[in-house]
Design a protein around this ligand. Structure first.
Ligand code: ADP
Ligand code: MG
Length: 707
């Protein structure tokens, strides 16, 4: 009825497109997730065949995309034998010659390619045996090629199954053409006129036609710009609106006073807070007294002093009668935070407890009681703190350290531990490039600790080859003689766990031989140890009683031993950039000059070499994160998968479209400032478009419930 009249043609199921039918529709759903007209139209070509111009052979370069040339066959040769056999036809125009090489279908080609015949050749220039040529280009008779008109044709990705059932690339393109020819005029505009005007974008219909069948390069660019903007704009609008929804979701604890706990503990801190720490505390304080739930992401490079921010938050909560929990991703780290918290609290009366998987039953009972009666102010622990038996009297603040290790579901459980939604602070030392943060955490407020405590010397990072191993041992000895301590880390990767332990074990044996007791004390920490053994060796190292700590990457997160000044990373090529940076951050915390030594084998892939070189060239985590994003793309960046958000951007590239993203976010922000939930009639179109996002699985999870 009313709804039908309003219905968008793009919502129509794909099987109703003439030429598709139920069977092919089923296949399109399965293979390409295409359910509706919209899905089909928003499946864009990944490249284009440009038939709008014919290049001269002298203009060709190996870096070019697909191009057209026109010329005459002037030579035909055969080379190679058996399976390496190939046909080489030389094509010439007025400006030069180029070889066309065929490895397959040679017989058929011999029929077609004759001396003196003229062709339009369509392909991608490459270099083979040092000279420029085309491998398996398309050849067309000039007459029939020109008859097709000078167009740009989109090329779509397809699958084997689709091709086998007759939906090859050409058919796919025809389907889209059919859809456009028949229904283009019925497709409603998806952006409000005012936004379109302001951003200088072409109308949707024109954009859709030109992204599939570009009239010319300029219109193709405009079409891409328009659709990219739309993609980023609606994603940001949706994230920011989510944030507004969450903030209006009932009351949050109000921390209005700064009292005894805060003041007492603050005065005991043995150093001056950095400017960045002070600024972040102020931001948090103003959030926490606003009456709205805070959801803040605190980014700070390793060693920037995030833990202190967390402790001060806990004191602030205690002053207002609320409890805090601080969750760490590993036992080792929880233990360390606990020690830190005890030192922070001192004799202030702020009561701190530690709860992990290995807390003994009796102690556990006492802690659970203390949480329920409110006598414990700060609970430090691993994910054990969000397990069911844990009940707080009045949880006001939940702080999650190194959140990448915490799934969305685990955060969700936190929400239900308190009557009022506790304020949430997520701390991460894995710097996330800004564009990615805006997309992954676009609904969180972000604070950055962009200043390291004074007196830190930049870490010197060096790439060490296997042949220099003994020189490296010598260097370690000299550092140990100066009273420093050394980390030696081995990779630990799930798939090859067994071999990794073997490597660690034999590495450990070599170290013990090279650094014999009693002169040297070597501790070892890895995942197959009992917790007590792990804690024992860790303690040994933390107290300075062991000179060397041989470990798997469990020490990656958080461990703080200021006297350790050398980090040796074995098989460094097997770690990702962010992991390497995390590990390096374990040293350089004291006033001494620190070193990070990256050991690798001789043979390195280009990408590994690039990573190692980057590590040697900068200490800046954000710079590394940006490089990581460029090198690997957003899908592979740590934390992306666990975040629970699908970044399914079809056109935009977070590594390249940063400024467009900023622009789109700002525009979304401006709109929401006057209409936080998009309730005004003039924003009906916007609100409606967001529902399509959800349909595509792009609407982010509801943070009001999970965090
Ligand atoms: P991260 O941000 O990596 O979690 P930590 O909180 O572990 O860093 O802090 C690293 C070290 O720096 C700790 O030893 C901590 O006590 C110290 N620290 C923190 N803030 C300051 C400061 N403002 N001045 C000097 N040292 C600081
Ligand atoms: Mg930390």
């Amino acid at each position: 009825m009313y709804l039908c009249a309003m219905a968008n043609i793009l919502d129509r199921e794909i099987q109703y497109l003439p030429g598709i039918g139920p069977k092919r529709a089923e296949l399109l759903k399965k293979e390409l997730d295409i359910h509706s007209f919209r899905d089909l139209l928003y499946t864009f070509p990944f490249r284009y065949l440009d038939r709008t111009r014919i290049y001269a052979i002298s203009e060709l370069e190996p870096s070019m995309a697909w191009v057209q040339i026109r010329g005459t066959i002037v030579a035909i040769n055969h080379a190679g034998e058996n399976r390496g056999k190939r046909l080489i036809a030389t094509l010439a125009d007025r400006t030069g010659r180029v070889d066309l090489i065929f490895f397959q279908g040679i017989k058929w080609m011999e029929e077609k390619v004759r001396l003196g015949k003229e062709f339009i050749v369509f392909g991608r220039p490459s270099t083979f045996n040092g000279s420029l040529n085309f491998v398996h280009p398309e050849l067309e008779d000039p007459e029939s090629a020109l008859a097709q008109g000078s167009t740009m044709t989109g090329v779509y990705s397809s699958t084997e199954k689709l091709r086998n059932s007759g939906i090859g690339i050409k058919v796919f393109s025809k389907l889209i053409q059919k859809l456009l020819n028949q229904w283009l005029d019925h497709i409603p505009e998806s952006l409000p006129e005012s936004i379109r005007q302001q951003a200088g974008l072409i109308p949707l219909r024109q954009a859709l036609r030109n992204i599939h069948f570009p009239e010319n390069l300029q219109l193709l660019e405009q079409a891409r710009a328009r659709l990219k903007f739309e993609e980023l704009f609606y994603l940001q609008l949706s994230l920011l609106k989510q944030r507004n929804v969450r903030m209006r979701h009932g009351a949050a604890p109000v921390f209005s006073r700064i009292g005894e706990y805060f003041n007492h503990c603050y005065c005991r801190i043995p150093f001056e807070l950095t400017g960045a720490q002070k600024r972040v505390i102020k931001q948090i304080r103003s959030d926490a007294r606003s009456g709205l739930q805070m959801n803040r992401l605190l980014q700070g490079d390793v060693g920037s002093g995030k833990t202190m921010v967390a402790f001060l938050c806990a004191a602030m909560a205690a002053d207002n009668g609320y409890q805090t929990c601080l969750m760490a991703p590993t036992e080792v780290l929880a233990q360390q935070h606990y020690q830190g918290a005890l030192a922070f609290a001192g004799d202030s009366g702020l009561k701190v407890a530690l709860l992990t998987g290995s807390t003994k039953a009796k102690e556990r009972r006492a802690i659970l009681e203390g949480l329920e009666d409110g006598s414990i102010h700060l609970l430090v622990g691993t994910h054990a703190v969000i397990e069911d038996p844990v009940q707080f009297q009045r949880l006001g603040f939940a702080i999650i350290d190194e959140q990448h290790r915490f799934g969305v579901a685990q955060r969700a459980r936190l929400r239900y531990k308190a009557e009022l939604a506790p304020h949430i602070l997520v701390m991460t030392a894995t710097p996330i490039p800004r564009t990615l943060a805006m997309t992954l955490y676009g609904d969180l407020d972000v604070s950055v600790l962009d200043e390291l405590p004074p007196g830190r010397k930049p870490i010197t990072t060096k790439h060490i080859a296997e042949s220099q191993r003994y020189a490296m041992y010598k260097f370690l000895k000299s550092e140990i003689k100066k009273g420093r301590q050394v980390f030696i880390v081995y990779p630990m990767i799930k798939e090859s766990e067994k071999m990794d332990y073997q490597n660690l074990q034999s590495g450990y044996e070599e170290i013990v031989q090279e650094f014999p007791a009693p002169e040297y004390v070597t501790a070892v920490v890895h995942g197959q140890q009992k917790n007590e053994d792990k804690a024992h060796d860790m303690q040994l190292f933390a107290e300075g009683k062991a000179h060397i700590l041989v470990a798997t990457s469990v020490i990656e997160v958080g461990v703080n031993v200021p006297n350790a000044s050398v980090m040796v990373i074995e098989s460094a090529e097997r770690f990702g950039l962010s992991q390497l940076h995390q590990l390096r951050g374990r040293v350089g915390r004291g006033a001494e000059q620190s070193f990070c030594l990256l050991m690798t084998g001789y043979k390195l892939s280009q990408e590994s070499r690039q990573r190692i070189e980057l590590m040697c060239s900068t200490n800046d985590g954000f710079e590394l994160a940006e490089a990581d994003l460029r090198m690997r793309g957003p899908g592979d960046i740590e934390g992306t998968q666990q975040s629970g958000l699908a970044i399914d951007l079809r056109l935009s590239n977070l590594a390249k479209d940063g400024s467009l993203l900023n622009y789109a976010r700002e525009m979304a922000n401006t709109i929401l400032q006057n209409d936080p939930l998009l309730e005004r009639p003039e924003h009906r179109l916007l609100a409606q478009q967001l529902t399509y996002l959800r349909h595509q699985g792009e609407e982010p999870v509801d943070y009001s419930r999970i965090s």
